[in-house]
Design a protein around this ligand. Structure first.
Ligand SMILES: Nc1ncnc2c1ncn2[C@@H]1O[C@H](COP(=O)(O)OP(=O)(O)OP(=O)(O)O)[C@@H](O)[C@H]1O
Ligand SMILES: [Mg+2]
Length: 279
C-alpha cells in the first residue's frame, strides 16, 4: 500500500475579503510526481504556500507525512524542500551562490550553520550544474541560473518531498534541461515532487498525477493529462496569459505585492514559531 505524503481536505484560504481557495481536496502518494496546473491567479501558489506553512489557511486540513500542519512542530520540516516562485532578478544583499544555498540549512532561531554546510551546498550546486560558480554573487547569474540556485537551496536538506513553484518560469533552455534532468534523477531516487507548472514542458513522462485549478477550485484531477484541455491551453491562439514565457525576464503583475514584500531567499515561514525547519 502506498504511503500518503500530502493530504489536503476541504481547504479554504481567505485573505481579507478574498476567498482565494475554496474547498480543495487532493492527496499525494510517496514517490509520486504531482503537477499543479491552472491559469494565472487560479490559486496555485497560494495552495502550495499553504502546504509549506507560508500562507495561513482558514479551514480544512493539511497533513504532511501524516501530521496535521496546524500542529506545526510535529511536521517533519527537515524532509521538505520548497523553492518559491521567482519574482524578479535579485536585488539587495549580494550573497554568493554558495551562501544562498547554505542558508537553506539554517534551523530554528540559531543562525549557525551545520559543520558540513559548505560541502552540502557545493554538492547540490553541482547537481544543478553551477558548482564552478559557487563563489560568485547571485546577482551576476541569469534568471535560469538563479532558479537553479533556488532549487539547489531547496535540496540542500536532502528532502523526501520537494515543492517547486514554477521552476521553469522565464528561464533559458540550458537551465530548463538541467532542471528536467535533475527532476528525473530525484524521482528515480524516490523523492516526492509537487510542481506548479504553467505548461507541461514535455514532462508528461514524469508526471503521475495532475490537479487543475481554476478560480481557487479544483476543476479536474487525475492520472490522465487529457483534461488539460488541448483545445484551450494547448491551442496556439488561446488567450491564457503567460507572463513567464521562457526567455522573457519575469515581471508578474501581483496586485498584493506592496503588502507582502517578497524575500526570495528567506521565506517568511523561516521563523522560530514555525520551528524554522523549512527554507
Ligand atoms: N497575500 C495576498 N493578498 C491578497 N490577494 C492575494 C494574496 N495572495 C494571493 N492573492 C490573490 O489570490 C489569487 C491567486 O493567486 P496565486 O498567486 O495563488 O495564483 P497563481 O495561480 O499562483 O498565479 P500565477 O500563475 O500568476 O503565479 C490572485 O487573485 C491573487 O491576487
Ligand atoms: Mg503562482
Amino acid at each position: 500500500m502506498s504511503t500518503t505524503v500530502i493530504e489536503v481536505q476541504d481547504l479554504h484560504v481567505k485573505i481579507g475579503a478574498a476567498h482565494i481557495l475554496q474547498g480543495i481536496d487532493f492527496k499525494v502518494d510517496q514517490g509520486a510526481t504531482v503537477a499543479i496546473l491552472g491559469p494565472n491567479g487560479s490559486g496555485k501558489s497560494t495552495l502550495i504556500r499553504s502546504l509549506v506553512n507560508a500562507t495561513p489557511y482558514s479551514s480544512g486540513h493539511i497533513r504532511l507525512f501524516g501530521k496535521e500542519l496546524s500542529n506545526t512542530r510535529k511536521v517533519a520540516w527537515k524532509n521538505i524542500g520548497y523553492a518559491p516562485q521567482r519574482v524578479t532578478a535579485t536585488s539587495g544583499v549580494p550573497a554568493t551562490a554558495l551562501e544562498t544555498v547554505q542558508s537553506g540549512l539554517v534551523f530554528g532561531t540559531s543562525l549557525r550553520l551545520p559543520k558540513n554546510s559548505k560541502e552540502r551546498a557545493q554538492h547540490v550546486l553541482s547537481m544543478v550544474g553551477l558548482a564552478h560558480r559557487a563563489h560568485e554573487s547571485v546577482q551576476t547569474f541569469s534568471g535560469g541560473q538563479q532558479q537553479r540556485i533556488l532549487i539547489a537551496r531547496s535540496l540542500v536538506k536532502n528532502p523526501q518531498l520537494l515543492v517547486l513553484d514554477e521552476p521553469f518560469a522565464g528561464i533559458d533552455k540550458e537551465s530548463r534541461e538541467s532542471i528536467i534532468s535533475l527532476l528525473h534523477q530525484l524521482k528515480a531516487n524516490g523523492v516526492t515532487l509537487v510542481l506548479v507548472l504553467h505548461e507541461l514542458y514535455g514532462l508528461e513522462d514524469l508526471i503521475d498525477y495532475s490537479v487543475l485549478l481554476e478560480h481557487g477550485k479544483v476543476v479536474s484531477q487525475g492520472t490522465s493529462l487529457s483534461f488539460i484541455g488541448q483545445e484551450e491551453h494547448g491551442h496556439p491562439e488561446h488567450d491564457h496569459q503567460h507572463p513567464h514565457e521562457p526567455y522573457e525576464p519575469y515581471e508578474p503583475y501581483e496586485p498584493y505585492e506592496p503588502y507582502e514584500p517578497y524575500e526570495p531567499y528567506e521565506p517568511s515561514f523561516q521563523t522560530s514559531e514555525l520551528g524554522g525547519h523549512l527554507s
